[in-house]
Design a binder for this molecule. Structure first.
Ligand code: VG1
Ligand code: CO
Length: 540
C-alpha cells in the first residue's frame, strides 16, 4: 500500500454548527471538499494511531463516495481498524453505541440528519468522540479552524471496497471490517428493554405504524419491531433508506410526516404511531387523535423510565434544552431529581450523561435519549414508550392526559423563518438584545415580562462557557418565548421562535392559547421590519 500527501486548497466555509458540518450536497461535491474536512478532523485529534474508527452514514446521496474517501484517508492517517456499516449505512445512535462497544477512538457519520437529501438537497458530516458523544464545542472549533489552513491530506492508494457484503479487508497494518450495522444495536436494545413484555403487548393485538420516512431507521425498525417484537408485517412504512428519501423531508414532525399524522386523526386508527428522521436520532410519538409533543414525551419518559429494570435506581436527574417547553421541570420537582437546562444541541448533554448527573435528556426538536448512548436515539425513545405502555397497561393517550391532569398542560409551538437573509437576521437579534435590559417588569398588551435575557451556559463539568445561546423572555402566567438562530441551516439563516404557556384547560387549541404570546414575540423581534415576512415558513 502506498501513502501519499496530496496538495489541496482550503475552503473558507467549513464551519461546524449545532451538529457537525452541513451544506448543500453540491457544495460537498466540490473538488477535495470532503477530503479537506476529514483530514481537518484527524489533524485536530491526537493519539489515534493503530486505534479503531467507526464510519457510517444515513444512506443519502453521496454517502457511498464519502465513505470510500473516509476509509482511504483514515487508513493513510494510521488508524488500525476501520469498522463500516454494510452499504455504508448506520444510524447516529448506532454509531455512538459501536464506538463504546468496540472501544473505538471515535466515529464519523455522513448525514445532514432531518434535512432533505439528493443532489439538490443537503449533505453533512459529524464526528463523535471516544465516548460516543458529539464532538464538544472545543473540538468542533478546532476542526473549523484547521479547515481554514489545510493544504494537504494523506491518501492511501487502495481500491474502492465492496461495502454490500460483510467482509474484512487487510492493507498492511490496517484492517477494514464491513459489519451488519443493525445487529449490535438491536442486541443492546434487548438488553435495555423488556422485550418479552413488548412482545406480549403486540401479541395481545396492540397495533402500531412506524414511519422511517425513507431514512436510515427502516432496517433497524423492521428487524426490531417486526421480527423481534412481533409487530405485524407492514408496521414499518417507508422502510428502505433512499438516497433522496423518496423526495420527502425526513423530519418527523406534523408538517413532514403528514401522512402518518393524518392516519392517526381518523375514526379508526392504530393504537400508536411513531416516526424517525434521516439519521435515526429523532422521534415523533402519536396516539389516536393525539400528537404527543416532544416536551410531554420527555416528561412521560422521565416519569416512568424506572419501571424498566435497566433504569431502576438510576434516575440521577434530567436535562432539557432551553427552548424545550418546561414540562419535565414539574416531573423533576415531584421526583426530587435535579434538572439541567442546556443550550440547543446534543453535545451539551453528553457531559451530564457521562458523569451520571442525568439519566434522560430531551429537546423540543423531537430528540430524546439516555446514558445508554451519548447521542439522542429515536428507536430507543419509541421502545421506551412501548415498554412503558406494556408495563403500565395504559394507552399512550391516557399517560398523556394523566400528565396534564397532574401538572397542567403546557401548550407549545415553534415558528421558523427559514432561509432568510443572514445579515438582516443578525441585525434583528442585535436590536432585540439591546432592548433586553429595559424589558424586565414592563407590560406588553396583557402580558407582563418577568425576565428578558441572553442565555449563556457554563458546562458544570468542564466549565466550558457557551455564550449567545439565544434570547429567552419569560412572562408572568407560566409563559415564555425563546428566540434563536439555527445552527443547522444550509442556506441563509433560519430564525426560530419557541412559544410555551401552561394552562389548566386540557383540550384547547395550541395556536389559540398561544396567540397573544405570538403577537408579542413578533412585536419584540420585529420580523416584519427586518425580514419583510408576515408569517413563519414552518410551524411545528
Ligand atoms: C436543530 C435542533 C436541535 C438539534 C439539531 C440537530 O438545531 O433545533 O435541537 O439538536 O438540529 O439535530 P438548530 O441549530 O437548527 O436549531 V439532528 O437530528 O441533526 O442531529
Ligand atoms: Co437527526
Amino acid at each position: 500500500m502506498h501513502i501519499t500527501s496530496v496538495a489541496t486548497k482550503a475552503y473558507p466555509d467549513q464551519q461546524f454548527g449545532t451538529s457537525g458540518l452541513r451544506k448543500r450536497t453540491q457544495v460537498f461535491m466540490q473538488h477535495y471538499y470532503i477530503h479537506n474536512v476529514i483530514q481537518s478532523i484527524f489533524d485536530s485529534l491526537k493519539g489515534f494511531e493503530g486505534k479503531t474508527l467507526i464510519i457510517g452514514g444515513d444512506g443519502r446521496y453521496l454517502n457511498s463516495e464519502a465513505i470510500q474517501i473516509a476509509i482511504k484517508i483514515a487508513v493513510a492517517n494510521g488508524f488500525g481498524t476501520i469498522i463500516v456499516g454494510r452499504n455504508g449505512w448506520m444510524s447516529t445512535p448506532a454509531l455512538s453505541h459501536l464506538i463504546n462497544k468496540y472501544e473505538a477512538f471515535g466515529g464519523i457519520i455522513f448525514t445532514a440528519s432531518h434535512n432533505p437529501g439528493g443532489k439538490d438537497g443537503d449533505f453533512g458530516i459529524k464526528y463523535d468522540d471516544s465516548n460516543g458523544a458529539p464532538a464538544p464545542l472545543s473540538l468542533t472549533s478546532k476542526i473549523s479552524e484547521r479547515t481554514k489552513g489545510i493544504d494537504r491530506f494523506w491518501w492511501a492508494d487502495i481500491p474502492d471496497l465492496d461495502l454490500s457484503v460483510i467482509n474484512e479487508y487487510t492493507f498492511d497494518q490496517a484492517v477494514v471490517k464491513v459489519i451488519n450495522p443493525v445487529t449490535d444495536y438491536a442486541e443492546y436494545m434487548a438488553e435495555i428493554f423488556d422485550f418479552e413484555a413488548i412482545q406480549k403487548l403486540f401479541a395481545s393485538g396492540f397495533t402500531m405504524t412506524f414511519d422511517a420516512l425513507n431514512g436510515i431507521t427502516g432496517p433497524y425498525a423492521k428487524y426490531i419491531f417486526e421480527e423481534q417484537l412481533g409487530a405485524a408485517q407492514g408496521t414499518v412504512v417507508h422502510g428502505k433508506p433512499l438516497p433522496d428519501f423518496g423526495g420527502c423531508h425526513p423530519d418527523p414532525n406534523l408538517v413532514y410526516a403528514k401522512d402518518l399524522v393524518d392516519s392517526m386523526f381518523k375514526p379508526e386508527t392504530k393504537d400508536f404511531a411513531a416516526a424517525s428522521d434521516g439519521d435515526g436520532d429523532r422521534h415523533m410519538i402519536l396516539a389516536p387523535n393525539l400528537f404527543i409533543n416532544p416536551a410531554d414525551s420527555l416528561a412521560i419518559l422521565t416519569e416512568y423510565l424506572e419501571l424498566i429494570p435497566f433504569y431502576k435506581g438510576k434516575m440521577y436527574g434530567v436535562a432539557r434544552s432551553m427552548p424545550t417547553a418546561p414540562v419535565v421541570d414539574d416531573v423533576a420537582v415531584s421526583k426530587k431529581i435535579p434538572l439541567y437546562v442546556t443550550p440547543t444541541g446534543w453535545k451539551f448533554f453528553a457531559n451530564l450523561l457521562a458523569s451520571k448527573k442525568v439519566a434522560v435528556c430531551g429537546e423540543e426538536s423531537f430528540g430524546a435519549g439516555s446514558f445508554h448512548v451519548m447521542e439522542k436515539d429515536g428507536i430507543w425513545a419509541i421502545l421506551a414508550w412501548l415498554n412503558i405502555i406494556a408495563k403500565t397497561h395504559k394507552k399512550p393517550q391516557e399517560l398523556t392526559y394523566e400528565l396534564w391532569t397532574q401538572y397542567g398542560r403546557t401548550y407549545r409551538l415553534r415558528h421558523d423563518y427559514e432561509g432568510v437573509d443572514s445579515g438582516a437576521a443578525q441585525e434583528m437579534f442585535k436590536a432585540l438584545a439591546s432592548k433586553l435590559p429595559n424589558l424586565t417588569g414592563t407590560k406588553m398588551g396583557q402580558l407582563q415580562i418577568k425576565e428578558a435575557k441572553v442565555f449563556t451556559y457554563t458546562d458544570p463539568i468542564t466549565h466550558e462557557k457557551a455564550s449567545n445561546q439565544g434570547i429567552i423572555v419569560t412572562f408572568s402566567g407560566n409563559a415564555s418565548v425563546v428566540f434563536r438562530i439555527s445552527g443547522t441551516g444550509t442556506v441563509g439563516a433560519t430564525v426560530r421562535m419557541y412559544f410555551a404557556k401552561k394552562e389548566k384547560e386540557l383540550d384547547a387549541v395550541p395556536a389559540e392559547v398561544l396567540a397573544p404570546l405570538i403577537l408579542t414575540a413578533n412585536t419584540l423581534l420585529q420580523t416584519k421590519k427586518y425580514l419583510g415576512l408576515d408569517a413563519p415558513t414552518s410551524i411545528t
